[in-house]
Design a protein. Structure first.
Length: 202
């Protein structure tokens, strides 16, 4: 029997960060199952907002969509992911992408091949986020694993153009030409209706 798709809402990059706690709580009280934090260059940051959303809710899944793979050092990204996953087991999804090329260039993080950089970062994150092996010591294992003793957080990789499965990570392939305008309009219209309903519930 096919599972029912979950409903999610986005906290847009243009929203004021201070609005997130109330927004997240309204999402949860409405019965919506997922909240996705939009991280984009020179707007609000994903990790801090995701931590806030997880702290003020109890049930919903919180995802970051998406963190640019090359904008942070991979070990630091792994530390952030492992920490959030440990704070809210089973409720955090880390989205990793190659970033918008114009933004990456402005930040001087533009890779020669965006998808190659994303693939390498995905493999490294899986290794760094893996649960620490028994007998873990910083002197012998810190370079191999930064995860705590918990289940590996869900990791989603996404990029423009075809992507290949990277290790055990699930991959979302986002094709710029594949989005049908009618479908996009339906999604946007549904999002507007939900936002209006949340405002009326205030």
């Amino acid at each position: 029997m096919a599972q029912r798709a979950q409903i999610g809402m986005c906290f847009d990059r243009s929203f004021a960060a201070g609005a997130l706690p109330d927004y997240a709580q309204r999402i949860e009280s409405s019965g919506i199952e997922q909240l996705w934090i939009i991280e984009d260059c020179f707007y609000t940051a994903g990790v801090s907002l995701a931590a806030t959303a997880l702290a003020v809710t109890e049930r919903i899944t919180v995802g970051i969509g998406i963190m640019p793979a090359v904008a942070r050092a991979v070990p630091i990204t792994a530390m952030e992911i492992a920490t959030l996953a440990n704070l809210a087991p089973g409720r955090f999804v880390a989205g990793i992408g190659h970033g918008v090329r114009a933004g990456m260039a402005q930040m001087r993080f533009l890779a020669s091949s965006s998808l190659t950089a994303l693939a390498a970062a995905g493999k490294a994150l899986r290794r760094f986020c893996a649960p620490r092996p028994s007998g873990f010591t910083h002197s012998t294992s810190a370079s191999r694993s930064m995860g705590a003793d918990h289940e590996l957080p869900e990791l989603q990789l996404g990029g423009i153009a075809a992507c290949h499965a990277i290790g055990h990570a699930s991959v979302d392939s986002v094709r710029s030409s594949g989005l049908r305008a009618a479908l996009l309009e339906r999604v946007q219209a549904h999002e507007v209706r939900v936002i209006q309903a949340l405002r009326r519930a205030k």
